[in-house]
Design a protein around this ligand. Sequence first.
Ligand SMILES: NC(=O)c1ccc[n+]([C@@H]2O[C@H](COP(=O)([O-])OP(=O)(O)OC[C@H]3O[C@@H](n4cnc5c(N)ncnc54)[C@H](OP(=O)(O)O)[C@@H]3O)[C@@H](O)[C@H]2O)c1
Length: 339
Amino acid sequence: MSETNLQVLLRRRPEGAPVPEDFEIVERPVPEPAEGQVLVRARYLSLDPYMRGRMSDAKSYAKPVPLGAVMEGATVGEVVASRDPRFAPGDHVMGGQGWQRFCAVDAARLRRVDETVAPLSAWLGVLGMPGLTAWVGLEDIGQPKAGETVVVSAASGAVGQVVGQLAKARGARVVGIAGGAAKCDFVTGTLGFDACLDHRRPLDPQLDAACPDGVDVYWENVGGHVQAAVFPRLNDFGRMVMCGMIAQYNIAPGADAAGAPAGPNLGPVVRKRLRIQGFIVSDSGWGRYDAFLAEMRPLIAAGRMRWREDVVEGLDAAPRAFIGLLEGGNFGKLAVRIG
Ligand SMILES: NC(=O)c1ccc[n+]([C@@H]2O[C@H](COP(=O)([O-])OP(=O)(O)OC[C@H]3O[C@@H](n4cnc5c(N)ncnc54)[C@H](OP(=O)(O)O)[C@@H]3O)[C@@H](O)[C@H]2O)c1
């Protein structure tokens, strides 16, 4: 094969916010698939906040990317050669092939995608890990009931978009929080949330107006000043779905960092009988993918599940796009189109 394999490697571990020099872009030979493997040519790479954690060697739920190794990440692409009977050239698949154009991957780690349900890139977002995250967190922790008020932070993002629309489909009243007027307009106008608050403006008066009866479910994607504003408004028996706290990802664990956001006073957890629970989608999510897809397919077909993608061109652009994700630079599910 005359093509080469473009790869993005982790050159060094960032201190604070990542910079482009933390990555290295190299060209390598295209790998040969072994028996039981498939050679996949990636068409889209997903960029996700969890990748900041993989760049660090701090103790976590998953191992860090070794220095000099290909950055970890999910892709959708097409099979170009197969040494496994389950896949043939031309099949479209999703899997964790990393920040690279080609990957020889064990067939058992791939999932076939169906472009008649949604376009290829959507299998990294609304039908991929972020969408599955939304579904798992609502099923297991948020459990919104008809008439309840659900508040979703990072509402225009990959996870937040799906959380709000699934909660609406279950009869809840949904209030998003996002950064800036354009994102808020999209969240109400296109996604159909009942309201969306701009966290760049004072949140308390906006929350007073949008949540006069308090908050039953708070979906936490952000932390920081957004969490501090929403937490005191949780009603008795409220649920706080701890999905992520992206505002803190560039702060070293345990560091007494200037500017680290102060957490809320947790005293009311007992008095209000609150449930605050974290979760990681990969614990149980992929084993329940078929149930997730069964709920999503009819919503997509009926136009009741919409989404926005923010697609940048070329693997070279991946480091800067990822750095921007940690500052709110993306508008919608961030992905890279791999030429
Ligand atoms: N638990 C799990 O298994 C799991 C799985 C997937 C994702 N997550 C978490 O879910 C959250 C959302 O992920 P996503 O993939 O859907 O990303 P996303 O919402 O598409 O993008 C991140 C968004 O977070 C907001 N943001 C970024 N930096 C911020 C900062 N310093 N302060 C406040 N807001 C900031 C920005 O939105 P605004 O401009 O609107 O502020 C940005 O667009 C993240 O915390 C992620 O780690 C958890």
